[in-house]
Design a protein around this ligand. Sequence first.
Ligand code: MD6
Ligand code: FE
Length: 216
Amino acid sequence: MNDLFAGLEPQAARQDMTEGAVLMRARALPQADQLLADIQRISSLAPFRHMVTPGGFAMSVAMTNCGTYGWITDRRGYRYEEQDPLTGRDWSPMPQSFLSLATTAAEEAGYPDFLPNACLINRYEPGAKMALHQDKDEKDFTMPIVSVSLGLPVAFQFGGAKRTDPVMKHQLQHGDVVVWGGPSRLFFHGVLTLRNGVHEKAGSYRYNLTFRHVVL
Ligand code: MD6
Ligand code: FE
């Protein structure tokens, strides 16, 4: 064994990460091929792009969206919009595969009333990462977020309510689902640099779907 995963949590089918946050290993495996096919279709209409932060930096993660609202960033700030700024068109409706996975996983985690109206699709290539952040552009924090990992594995960091709180690392693999809400809904989290690799279903990428309920 190498020490690549030293310090990471052991693998259990279901694991409480912190208050209100549940990791369900391989929960999306049965649907993974369908999810990847839907990502391809969605991104043929609304291509993955490296958006620019308000500070003027291009993000290393490429993004697109589906659902009623899509998360975007540019020099004017972070926000949700009903149209893709790249094409001027509405985002694609959320596919049934996405919707049923998100709502059933949320229910299994103790959130029976989750109704997502936005899905941010992140695409990481080797070298890409996401700094510690809070998801707070949704305005409604009563609903959880459901997160689905596909393709290459990555180390996910989960901290606390303050940026300086200690973080736990969890290795997220193809098919893993994280549901979090309630007391941890606004906790800081991030993704460490994606390492080189080739995944049999996703090539040299990691995809992450995050389902949210947004109010404008
Ligand atoms: C990622 N995920 O896993 C980044 N945010 O690529 C997130 O930033 C995230 O997984 C809110 C809820 C769940 C998440
Ligand atoms: Fe996030």
